[in-house]
Design a protein around this ligand. Structure first.
Ligand SMILES: NC(=O)c1ccc[n+]([C@@H]2O[C@H](COP(=O)([O-])OP(=O)(O)OC[C@H]3O[C@@H](n4cnc5c(N)ncnc54)[C@H](OP(=O)(O)O)[C@@H]3O)[C@@H](O)[C@H]2O)c1
Length: 321
């Protein structure tokens, strides 16, 4: 893995699709660094609200940063999009991309920065000539109100070629990482982003849905013997699937990693718990759902994860009634 530094000025603007917590983080630091950032919001009403609010307000350690980057919506987009950072939730990605499909250049660079897997295969079909990159971040950001966000924790971000997609050379990937490394956000390139994403998926499977089932903060999963044991069973099944896929070496120390993440984020309410409590669709299909799909494909039984998938879908449906 090599470290990228922010020395480059992009020749084309970076469009950001999904101006939520992560999208607004990149938009604000990008705007503050003088980069050409454009936001793509859902519709004209969202653009009007953004303008009325005076842009995005991001709090970081008591300081307030403002982003007034130009905002557009599918009906107002005019120029072809060559660089697109996608920061929607996994389940929102295909609808969001479809809404701007005519404006995306054939050879665009599409960088997915989100949790969950399985979306990239659909994107590749819809945009066969595009360069598709994937990223994983440990930055922490949350929304306080419509356009107010808090950068709650510094982390690191890796990007790499989505499997089967190969850029001509690593120099181009490094350039792309450079153009998005807006201080204090740091992006490194990875020659095995699939491994990073798989480990993240495994941790997400073991923590996020469990916080919904036990209706608790991340750390409480460890203090309740029932949920702790349940997490161990989830992790064992993930390791079985990974073994069938010859990926078990990617999950070395997974039990310990899950405990470390639950401990270091003990006070957090997971995004899945927040989504369920707010009556929003969760990322479960791209997390546990994706694991269960692969388990089926490789002939591995994952009854615990199947049960968790059904349970989250049942709880989500109840919340919508
Ligand atoms: N937040 C974090 O700290 C964090 C850390 C690591 C990874 N992640 C991952 O990063 C991804 C993004 O998370 P997030 O917390 O930033 O989520 P978020 O705050 O919900 O942001 C998603 C944004 O996408 C927008 N969107 C959805 N459909 C759209 C469409 N059709 N057109 C335009 N905009 C659309 C949403 O708008 P509406 O509000 O109108 O739906 C929302 O503003 C997730 O996969 C998450 O798991 C997040």
């Amino acid at each position: 893995m090599s470290k990228a530094n922010p020395h480059n000025t992009p020749q084309h603007p970076w469009y950001i699709l999904g101006a939520g917590a992560i999208g607004s983080l990149w938009a604000t630091y990008g705007f503050q660094s003088g980069a050409d950032i454009r936001l793509i919001l859902r519709d004209q009403k969202a653009v009007n609200d953004y303008l009325q609010h005076g842009g995005i307000h991001l709090s970081i350690e008591g300081k307030a940063l403002i982003c007034t980057a130009p905002a557009e919506c599918p009906s107002s987009l005019a120029t072809p999009i060559k660089y697109l950072l996608i920061t929607t939730k996994a389940q929102q990605t295909l609808d969001a991309l479809n809404s701007i499909k005519p404006h995306i250049s054939d050879h665009a660079v599409l960088l997915l920065l989100q949790n969950g897997l399985g979306i990239v295969e659909h994107i590749r079909q819809a945009f066969p000539l595009a360069t598709i990159l994937q990223g994983s971040t440990t930055e922490g950001c949350y929304r306080q109100s419509a356009y107010e966000f808090v950068h709650a924790g510094h982390g690191h971000t890796y990007i790499g070629n989505a499997s089967q997609d190969h850029l001509q050379d690593d120099t181009r990937l490094t350039e792309i990482a450079n153009t998005l490394s807006f201080p204090p956000l740091a992006i490194s390139i990875s020659d095995n982003i699939d491994e990073i994403l798989w480990r993240k998926l495994a941790v997400n499977c073991a923590i996020n849905p469990m916080t919904v089932i036990y209706n608790c903060r991340n750390g409480e999963l460890l203090t309740n013997p029932k949920s702790r044991n349940h997490m161990t069973e989830v992790v064992n099944e993930i390791i079985n699937v990974s073994t069938a896929m010859n990926r078990d070496h990617w999950l070395t120390g997974l039990h310990e990693l899950v405990i470390d993440v639950a401990t270091s984020t003990a006070q957090n309410r997971s995004s899945m718990l927040q989504d369920v409590q707010a009556g929003r669709r969760t990322e479960i299909d791209a997390i546990t759902g994706y694991l269960c799909q692969l388990a089926k494909k490789y002939g591995v039984d994952v009854p615990i994860n199947q049960q968790i998938l059904s349970e989250i879908n049942r709880i989500s449906a109840l919340d919508k009634c």
